[in-house]
Design a binder for this molecule. Structure first.
Ligand code: ATP
Ligand code: MG
Length: 392
């Protein structure tokens, strides 16, 4: 039996004249995601993308698993392909659905006929196939109002498709249709979720991580890499730029008022991230900040942080409660890794009493006695690049 995957595109359906570009990008992203599993044909017709395996050995469970993580897909279903012949449709449906129909389930059949030359109308197809399935499997019953299983028969341009389970897709927009941005990634719970959320809106990612050896360990950096690998299941390939941050943090600690340490550190993070972003073609920065979560995430502190960069700063978690952020992190499977106990550069130097309402003029004054430029340039120059998502 020939099994394929039918994909319903998501919001891209709303994009009017750009629609073709979005569909082409989605097809490219799908192909990239599954190419290691074997050869496939991926084509779009009548607003459905059809993924057909061309090699016998292809594992369709694995293929479906990968497809479930491609942004831009609203829903997908595995379907069986047959000729546009009512006898073939009946028999193929019975054979394909046997594993589900050997249980005591209720079902109904819905049909769509986009090939108007097919001699049976949709209600007739449903009646014929439904009747045949009910006769073949005496243990099942028809329930048109609240069925356990909806069987769909689609008679399209080149073939007929039979499927029984529509699965929810990853939603969002195809990655990279919305440009590229740099996610400031720590080993915490929040920033991987922020990365996932912006990738879902079609953003291609680059990741910037600040490390402060020997205060932070190689394990902490590995943890960040592991988190990004999980995020890249959705977001696709990206580079991780690890910035040596020790000297700058030590300078802030030595030269600036303790209560302003965090806000000045965050401003330096922004300045360095902007330099990297500009080098690698990113048009915005992304952080995992959420309003009021800690002292550096008050309106006043965020205003001071933003002033350090000319780029737009996206904070997709800004209005989310921690418990909602955790729910997403569990869903995308980053939670456990985020909870591993390695020190981050933020926690190592945390002041005892950070200013919750820092005044920008005082922050700038505190910064003014030091020449940061050489240190910033040196940090950017010594960035280490790690490739993420090479598996796909
Ligand atoms: P997270 O759970 O993402 O670590 P958090 O609630 O612990 O966030 P902070 O430690 O104040 O909050 O950091 C706020 C944001 O700053 C993070 O979400 C992340 O975007 C960025 N950030 C913090 N530490 C680093 C780091 N070492 N490297 C890069 N970005 C960082
Ligand atoms: Mg953190």
């Amino acid at each position: 039996m020939n099994e394929i995957i039918l994909v319903k595109v998501g919001e891209i359906a709303l994009k009017g004249l750009n629609r073709k570009n979005f569909e082409d990008l989605l097809i490219k992203n799908i192909k990239r995601k599954i190419h290691k599993l074997g050869r496939f044909e991926v084509v779009c017709s009548q607003s459905t993308i059809r993924i057909t395996p061309l090699d016998e050995f292809i594992d369709m469970d694995e293929t479906a698993e990968k497809i479930s993580k491609v942004f831009g897909i609203a829903a997908f279903s595995r379907a069986c392909v047959t000729e546009k012949d009512i006898e073939k449709i009946k028999n193929t449906a019975a054979e394909y659905l046997e594993p589900i129909f050997s249980e005591n389930i209720s079902f109904k059949v819905e049909s769509k006929r986009s090939d108007k030359k097919f001699p049976y109308g949709s209600p007739e197809i449903s009646r014929i196939v439904g009747g045949f399935l009910a006769d073949t499997f005496p243990n099942v019953r028809v329930d048109v109002h609240n069925p356990d299983v909806v069987v769909t028969v689609e008679v399209r341009d080149f073939a007929a498709y039979i499927h029984a389970n529509v699965e929810e897709g990853a939603g969002g927009l195809p990655v990279s249709c919305g440009g590229k941005a740099a996610i400031l990634i720590s080993g915490g719970i929040d920033s991987p979720v922020a990365a996932y959320m912006m990738a879902k809106r079609g953003i291609e990612l680059a990741a910037v991580h600040f490390a402060s050896p020997p205060y932070t360990s190689g394990r902490a950096e590995e943890k960040v890499r592991d988190l990004l690998e999980i995020v890249s299941d959705y977001a696709g390939r990206m580079n991780m730029y690890t910035v040596p941050f020790t000297k700058i943090q030590e300078t802030i600690q030595r030269e600036c008022p303790e209560e302003l340490f965090t806000v000045i550190m965050r401003r330096m993070m922004m300045k360095i991230s902007q330099r990297i972003a500009e080098k690698v073609g990113c048009q915005a920065l992304i952080t995992g900040e959420s309003l009021g979560q800690v002292a550096s995430q008050t309106i006043g502190a965020l205003a001071c942080t933003d002033e350090a960069t000319d780029l737009p700063v996206f904070r997709p978690l800004i209005g989310m409660d921690k418990k909602d952020i955790i729910a997403v992190s569990r869903k995308i499977n980053t939670f456990e890794t985020s909870c591993l106990p390695y020190e981050d550069c933020c926690t190592v130097f945390t002041p005892r009493h950070p200013r919750t309402k820092p005044r920008l003029d005082l922050v700038k004054k505190a910064e003014s006695s030091i020449d940061w430029e050489d240190m910033i340039a040196e940090a950017v120059e010594n960035v280490k690049i790690t490739r993420i998502g090479e598996e796909d």
